[in-house]
Write a protein that binds this ligand. Structure first.
Ligand code: GLC
Length: 480
């Protein structure tokens, strides 16, 4: 029998976490299939397939849009209120205030506890920045775009019911309710002169704001903006689909839109839910354990392997398992003796992994400090070398998986067909923005995917800052 050592365990793990060319192919093909299935499903409520939610946004901006709009953004655990002045030349001015959602609201009994808090924040912002607009005259009400980064079943630009919470919220009472109405009711109760006219997912905001910013500056433009994507606490993406292909759309609405000359609609894929049935996604014991302790077991299975909320937890699960095998942290005789933080789920932030990923200090001194600081966990050099390999395996798996929906959408939409055709993907989120090498690892995977190296070269992945603020303002614009 071969001896179980830390090194042999790490080698096994790295192998298990590797996504090779054939897996990329299978996943990309399955993603394309899932898009088609999702566009055909009439109800998203209980479906486990790709939600593919119509957003009622029918065009991307060209940079010439203008006006002043409010935007509110409920994303991870922060709530932002902004006022955006679109200047019509691809530039904008933005003022904002940000507040951390109080912990007790994450699992409040009633929706109104959360939404009255949000309305209060909008009120404070309007009083501070738009005192001149504090009119009771309905016509003068400021228009607000609500970026709501959770899966909703959208039935109009300004209407959508929550399918389920993700990213830590657990307010059961909100599920099935129209989140625009919930916010409007509380705004009205508090007599805030604001009308919520558009509901936008953060990915839609990212696509719109990216198109706006690159639109009117042909010199900086490297192609059409075709996908808006988030790789942060959660992960998701949207793109333009021909209206005729969105079979689940009410035929009357589809007809009306086409009569107005509209041809396409942005679809919010909610790719966090790709392959919830785990037909093709890799599934390790760590993924299984995380799913069990998550707030939405069985859902968002792709997100649980890709996004920032889970990368740290995957590492923590791996370390606890290696300890139980007796190959790491051997000074602790049993699980109960491990540092408390190492035993606490979701305690390890992906930011810690981002330091370990690129640590090249002597004896991995920085990793040592990082682990001491974040988990109160002392380590020896051999352990740190092992941990760095594991971190790199986790992030590479995440980035390689992240490439799958991008490749699939580019192939499905034939976005790269045409002479010298190049495309832009607008991205936002802490992982894609700050995790070292994440974007280049996505690129490696794109080249290895069915897109191939030639396709990969024509794709420009660009950070699109403030998507959720500017994008929400732009979605208001598309309502006028
Ligand atoms: C989660 C949400 C989705 C959002 C994404 C990124 O996956 O379900 O709506 O776009 O996180 O924030």
């Amino acid at each position: 029998m071969t001896q179980v050592t830390l090194q042999s365990e790490v080698e096994k793990l790295v192998k298990e976490f590797t996504i090779d060319e054939s897996t990329l192919k299978v996943l990309t093909e399955y993603f394309i299939e899932s898009i088609e299935a999702g566009l055909g499903h009439s109800s998203d409520e209980h479906s486990k397939s790709l939600p593919m939610i119509p957003t009622f946004v029918t065009k991307v901006p060209n940079g010439r849009e203008h006006g002043t709009y409010l935007a509110a953004d409920l994303g991870g655990t922060n709530f932002r209120v902004c006022s955006v002045d679109l200047r019509g030349d691809s530039t904008f001015q933005l003022e904002q205030s940000k507040a951390k959602i109080p912990e007790d609201l994450l699992d409040a009994e009633t929706s109104s506890e959360l939404f009255s808090y949000l309305a209060k924040k909008v009120k404070q912002f309007v009083e501070r920045h738009h005192a001149d607009r504090l009119s009771t005259d309905e016509d003068k009400h400021l228009k607000l775009g609500f970026t709501f980064s959770y899966p909703v079943n959208q039935t109009a630009l300004g209407k959508g019911t929550l399918i389920r919470w993700t990213k830590g919220f657990k307010i059961q009472d909100t599920v099935g309710k129209d989140v625009v109405e919930l916010l409007q009711i509380e705004l009205d109760k508090q007599q805030v002169p604001v009308k919520v006219v558009a509901l936008a997912n953060d990915t839609v905001g990212t696509l719109l704001s990216h198109a706006y910013a690159s639109g009117a500056s042909p010199s900086g433009k490297q192609g059409d903006s075709v996908i808006g994507a988030i790789f942060g606490t959660g992960t998701n993406g949207c793109y333009l689909e021909p209206i005729d292909e969105i079979k689940k759309l009410d035929p009357k609405i589809a007809e009306e839109l086409k009569n107005k000359g509209e041809t396409h609609m942005v679809v919010n894929t909610e790719w966090g839910s790709f392959d919830n049935d785990l037909k093709h996604l890799p599934n390790s014991i760590y993924d299984e354990r995380i799913d069990k302790i998550s707030s939405n077991p069985g859902y968002h299975m792709f997100e649980k392997r890709v996004s920032g909320m889970f990368m740290g937890e995957i590492l923590r699960q791996v370390l606890v398992e290696l300890h139980s095998k007796g190959v790491i942290f051997t000074q602790y005789p049993n699980y109960e003796r491990l540092p408390h933080r190492l035993r606490t789920a979701f305690e390890l932030d992906s930011e810690v992994l981002s330091h370990i990923e690129i640590d090249d200090s002597t004896n991995l001194k920085e990793t040592e400090l990082s682990l001491l600081q974040s988990l109160r966990l002392p380590t020896i050099k051999e352990e740190r070398i092992a941990i760095q390999s594991i971190v790199r395996a986790i992030s590479r798996r995440s980035a390689y998986l992240a490439a799958v929906p991008l490749a699939a959408i580019l192939i499905r939409t034939k976005a790269l067909e045409g002479y010298h055709k190049e495309v832009e993907i607008g991205v936002d989120g802490s992982v894609v923005e700050y995790y070292p090498g994440f974007r280049s690892m996505i690129r490696h995977a794109l080249a290895l995917s069915p897109l191939g190296p030639d396709g990969e070269r024509k794709v420009h992945i660009q950070i699109s800052k403030d998507g959720s603020g500017v994008g929400a303002a732009l979605s208001v614009q598309s309502s006028t």
